[in-house]
Write a protein that binds this ligand. Sequence first.
Ligand code: SF4
Ligand code: SF4
Length: 344
Amino acid sequence: MDSAKVFFKSVKSYSQTEEISRGARQLLEKVVAEENIKLSKRIPLKVHFGEKGNTTFIGPENFEGIIDYLDERKIDSCFIETNVLYVSPRTTGKSHMALAKEHGFTRLPAVIADGETGEDYAEVEIDANHFGKCRIGRLIAEEKQLIVLSHFKGHMLAGFGGAIKQLGMGCAARGGKLDQHANAQPAINPEDCKKCMTCVSHCPRKAIEVSNIPKIDRKKCIGCAACIAACPQEVFYVDWASTSPVSFRQKLAEYALAAQKGKSNIYINYALNITKDCDCDGRAQKPIARDIGIFASTDPVAVDAACCDALNKKEGKQVFGGFDIFDYAEEIGLGTTEYELSEI
Ligand code: SF4
Ligand code: SF4
């Protein structure tokens, strides 16, 4: 695979909102011009609305310049996201959109791509090592082009989280997230059950039976994770400990491949407010590294690799692990780690 172009704008501090907004727009213009990109009539912005209580996610004020650029060209857009696996305001569509509003994502419509409880997905064929098909949020799968806006930061399993994670995890429907994270089916804490039967009515495969205790028929269960979202007692959960980090990263890369398939995306990474844990963590975290700036490319692997290299160079040490994902992402054709960096 040929090397990819990555464009970079230095920003001294996350507090420089206008500079960030303007810089992101300049990078978008640069990528479009240099890569000769044909813009679609509709281009959703794939974002992360930030978990409730998280204070270091990339706020919508930093996307103003990009939205202005689309507005001036009369390109239809929205903020697009998918529901999460764990129990939080981001578990279901309505409360997820309410949180988006609370966090200031109001200039464009907020769209949850995988439905109210994460049940709405399209299967995208990739025929890779872990997955033949991936469950991508339907409204994302149906788009032809996305601008993927990612916060570059850490994650307990991925090691880092930029464009690849925003694609792989961020575009997967809830069942697809479960596929990546664990043994594809929820674990159960049966002693917390109050026998309300909500899970039974939400399970699309009639795989749950609640007599004395709730049980899942493992042959019927498709791992859609709807029960995790539906149960008010948090009886169903993801068994994170059963997840192998290397296998997780490979699965993440395969899902990213599916989410990208057939699309001419643009990736913009904000290497600012760099925290050890991800924006799904509902705590106020402190940045663990100095702010660097914004990176843009049409290649999700190259843009993440450029962020990692810049971070390690700036800090004088390897800050995050998990770099085996790059080799795997290259192997399956998601992108390349060979890049040419141009500062604007
Ligand atoms: S038990 Fe039912 S609701 Fe829960 S993951 Fe399996 S199929 Fe989905
Ligand atoms: S939704 Fe939860 S509490 Fe209600 S019956 Fe199912 S497992 Fe029990």
